[in-house]
Design a binder for this molecule. Sequence first.
Ligand SMILES: NC(=O)c1ccc[n+]([C@@H]2O[C@H](COP(=O)([O-])OP(=O)(O)OC[C@H]3O[C@@H](n4cnc5c(N)ncnc54)[C@H](OP(=O)(O)O)[C@@H]3O)[C@@H](O)[C@H]2O)c1
Length: 448
Amino acid sequence: MASHESGNGDDRRPLRVGISGLGTVGAALIRILTEDGEAIARKLGRRVVVTAVSARSRSRDRGVDISGFTWFDDPVALAKSEDIDLYVELIGGEDGPALASVTAALERGTSVVTANKALLARHGTALAGLAEKCHVQLGFEAAVAGGIPVIKTLREGLGSAAITRVYGIMNGTCNYILTRMGNEGIGFEECLRDAQDLGYAESDPTFDIEGFDTAHKLAILASLCFETEIAADQVMVEGISRITQADIKVAADLGYKIKLLGMARKVEDGIEQRVHPTLVRKSSAIAGVDGVLNAVALETNHVQELLLAGPGAGGEATAASVLSDILDFARGGHVPPLGVPVAELDPCQRAPMRIHEGGYYIRLNAKDVPGALAAIATRMGEGNISLESVIQRPDLRASEPGVPEENSRTVVLITHETLESAVRDALERIARDGFIVGQPQLIRIEEF
Ligand SMILES: NC(=O)c1ccc[n+]([C@@H]2O[C@H](COP(=O)([O-])OP(=O)(O)OC[C@H]3O[C@@H](n4cnc5c(N)ncnc54)[C@H](OP(=O)(O)O)[C@@H]3O)[C@@H](O)[C@H]2O)c1
């Protein structure tokens, strides 16, 4: 077995790093390690050197010189190599070579740094347990909110403070789209196309825009916040693809912005983890986080609210977080990967959303027939749902496929705080009454 705490037993010898994955983040990491080599050596009192690398193509030009490193076709072989003190996984994907190589490194007694949120979201608890069992480190600062040091803050920066709620904007692609829709009055599809042209969004953007990427990051954060096992499959997820200009416009007129938020908190019935578009007051700090920026807010009993904001992705910012884990390892500190030993984690009990309470924005396409609005109001009243405002403007036209503009009127209802189950039941009854066309839009309102 390799030695554990800070690599190779002698704290002045260079730390030998093996990197699998030489894409956006891997290449940026090599560039930073090369350019900042002297500064890093001064900080640590030892050098950090890349000794071995792995990727799919050996010949691809990556803008960095890899000729001096030992090449491995197989990341698992690199992870098992005796010639590295630390294995850095920057391949991506929840299974496949990422999982196989990280497992191989930990089992061999080699510490690991990864930026892979998908891997952590699915296997994080088991991998943290394996790292503990093998007395090695598992660093994943870059896996959540790219360049923002939120994992270190949660693991080491808050003393004994108990976290009551965590929320944030954790996907730059969604934030870019919603910000442009708000600032420029353009539609979702056009903003998405621009995000793809600019390289913010993947060619298949489903994972980002339907909220799954945010859910992965939220599940990792929730585990660190509430000392529970990582449970990404228990996150309630709604994406932003159904947000229309009408929603953005009405929200703005009422003093709100729409943001895709990930939120988790401990409630009586368990842990509530949810990702969905949310109306937030324009005056709130989170509403000011625009464009591709990310932010994570931590509400605690001792330090009240802490808001960490910054670049959530991009090769350089993400590589800087990977490097911060590498330096921590080189210094020889030891912190359980998930903040407390895995044996101390509780299972993550999912709190049902139907008992969630809050304000709601509801957009309906009411049929242009006598009695439609009265019927809708009656159903709301029967559910004890008190309405703060009812908005009907000629400029709010249905913009959904299959909803004929001329025969329907767009109506927006804003509710006072109410139970989600009451709202859902009322909407079901309204749909059964036959006075609306298309699917109602339901957006939760959060006060921060
Ligand atoms: N990009 C960001 O802004 C960002 C932000 C936060 C976290 N992350 C995370 O960082 C990780 C890397 O992301 P990235 O954007 O750098 O990805 P990327 O640009 O797609 O690079 C992936 C790299 O992995 C290599 N690879 C793929 N399959 C392989 C295999 N079977 N064996 C060996 N190498 C293999 C690829 O080799 P080839 O180059 O030869 O094809 C490529 O170099 C992911 O987990 C991602 O979620 C990225």
